[in-house]
Design a protein around this ligand. Sequence first.
Ligand SMILES: [Zn+2]
Length: 342
Amino acid sequence: MKKTMLTLSVAGALMFSAVPAASAVGNGPGYGGNETINTSILTTYEEMADFLQKQDAKQAHMELEVIGQSVKGRDLYLAKYISDPANPTILFLTQQHGNEQLTTEGALEFIKHLGTSKTKNVLDNVNVLIVPMLNADGAMGDVNFSLDDYIAKGDRNLTRYNADGFDLNRDHVNRLQPETKALHENVLGKYDIDYMIDLHHQGAWSERDGELVSGSILYPTTPNVDPDVLLRSKQLGSVVFSAVDSTGWGHLGKYGGGNAETISRNGIAVEYGISTLLFEMRGMSDHYYEPYVLGQKSNGYLIKQTVTTLDAAVRSISDGSIEQADISFWDTLAEQNWRETE
Ligand SMILES: [Zn+2]
């Protein structure tokens, strides 16, 4: 019953927002009068740190580690669940771009699930690493550049770039920024990781087959990736696609991404032999460009989409079913396109 209610309300929300708000331009962030862009309800960095420490104290099999500090000195966290080093290992990374926050909200909820009977015995056969909110300064709008033209109202603005204006997801070769350095030195280079999902948000008006997408996915596209790593990336994508698509409200497109190895999806697959999947959720928490942001009415299903994704990935690795995942859907999955919103 509860599930049916949720499905209905989510479907309603999707239908409601499927009409582009042509009148939004010039009227401020009203977005058709139906949605508000307000960041006050989002988890702050401090709340996240507090949450992680409390879960660490509560969950016997969880271990919390500080992997480094942001430009502004915020501790960057890794939540670890390592039951057996010989198990296959998956890494979830969120918020390399600080204005893409719902992925972190979903990851925190998933961490809570990992401490309950919901995932009983699943962790016996898979190791899970979670790095939430890698761009902590950008997430808190604590940056060395102006945020005057950012759209969101609330306690804070959130920005794609780190405090010094760098895009962390273009820094995976040179690692000039402390956040990317910490990720490579203390996570990627330290653990034997098999899979990774890099969680992001994209603009709000992408569609596939004429319907707005709830997100998009892509495997590594550099020609330098090992064929077996690519195969497993596509299998990971298959598991995620099936789980999200079968919810009834999830609708995914193929992301149109580039081949540069400065991007984690490509560079990490090549350098470490990790099978990577990019997941771009619909709409950002804040931006200076109006068609990129999405009102908080969509938060519920997008957070749920993250939890669904992480849960499906972990379960399929744990029971080995990922090895049989059918990758043929990739051949027919259409690349999303941008809906013209006037
Ligand atoms: Zn992003």
